[in-house]
Design a protein around this ligand. Structure first.
Ligand code: NCD
Length: 309
């Protein structure tokens, strides 16, 4: 039962529960009108202490398309956080007004604090610093399931900022739980995946993985290429960012080496890492992925609120 639960880390969901959410999302895709008043009378709060386009807007439109209502803030400066209010107090207050909340915050662990201070309201982590982003992972899984037809036996390449990219951490942790997947990790040495992912998730789990520095050398064997942005806001030093920001640029030339049915994903926003010319390649799936994010959030909201269509 997902009703009343929080979603902070992708491990909060069992494989069966992930399947349940994806199946409902797929039903919503096929017959959206059947769900248009599923959440009538319910209120979602979006508490965004960090910038967002897709995550916040897809959460909000998800609730609106379910017939519910939305409140919230998209800048910490417009909330009492700017006066020094703690996340704990904010959550205890929001819980008086809303039925469910999605929160994004720059600090790792903040979503956990929010959940611990909510008595009745499910809290969804919409990104906590460089740590996790479980609803992006659900988005990625739905996209892969829709476009590749399976979440198993895939060779998954992740490229770019694997150190600070929270979407990468959540996605590896989750896809590693499905049978037969292997990982190709492509990053500069400074931006490799954190040790806890390499050692505890991959090595200890006996999950096959290889590491590359050059995208050209890795691309040919991939079923999925997950590109990421260098996470400027998490760097301590601007010079390091400037040195690393253009480490990878996927362009039409590099794509020639890829399989004809590989899909290119990106949580977005992109900066330079995918040339605009790639957008017209049928393998480019990142804008479709952004749309799947709305459907999967519709399904998640319904499950956590325990409402039926
Ligand atoms: C990602 C994030 O916020 O972690 N964006 C998103 O939610 N779609 C990726 C990023 O900001 O690079």
């Amino acid at each position: 039962m997902l009703k009343g639960r929080h979603l902070i880390d992708p491990m909060d969901l069992s494989i069966e529960e992930i399947d349940e959410v994806l199946e409902l999302a797929q039903r919503i895709i096929r017959e959206p009108e059947r769900f248009s008043s599923a959440c009538r009378g319910r209120i979602l709060a979006t508490l965004f202490y960090e910038p967002s386009t897709r995550t916040r807007l897809s959460f909000e439109t998800a609730m609106l398309r379910l017939g519910g209502e939305v409140i919230g803030f998209s800048e910490a400066s417009s909330s009492s956080a700017s006066k020094g209010e703690s996340v704990a107090d904010t959550i205890r207050t929001v819980e008086c007004y809303a039925d469910i909340a999605a929160m994004r915050h720059p600090k790792e662990g903040s979503a956990r604090v929010a959940a611990a201070n909510s008595r009745t309201m499910p809290v969804i982590n919409a990104g906590d610093g460089g740590h996790h982003h479980p609803t992006q992972t659900l988005t990625d899984l739905l996209t892969i399931r829709e476009l590749k037809g399976t979440l198993e036996d895939l060779t998954v390449g992740l490229c770019g900022d694997l150190k600070f990219g929270r979407t990468v951490h959540s996605l590896i942790k989750t896809l590693a739980r499905f049978r037969g997947n292997s990982f190709t990790l492509i990053s500069p040495p400074e931006l490799k995946v954190p040790d806890y992912i390499r050692d505890e998730v991959l090595a200890r789990g006996g999950i096959p993985f290889v590491e590359y520095e050059r995208l050209e050398n890795a691309i040919a064997s991939l079923d999925i290429l997950y590109m990421t942005r260098v996470q400027r806001e998490r760097f301590f030093n601007e010079d390091d960012y400037l040195r690393l920001k253009n480490s990878y640029i996927l362009d039409a030339e590099k794509l020639k080496k890829a399989k004809s049915d590989m899909i290119v994903l990106h949580p977005l926003p992109r900066v330079n890492e995918i040339a605009v010319e790639v957008d017209s390649d049928p393998r480019a799936a990142y804008f479709r992925q952004a749309k799947y994010g709305m459907y999967v959030r519709m399904a998640l909201i319904m499950k956590l609120l325990g409402v039926e269509a």
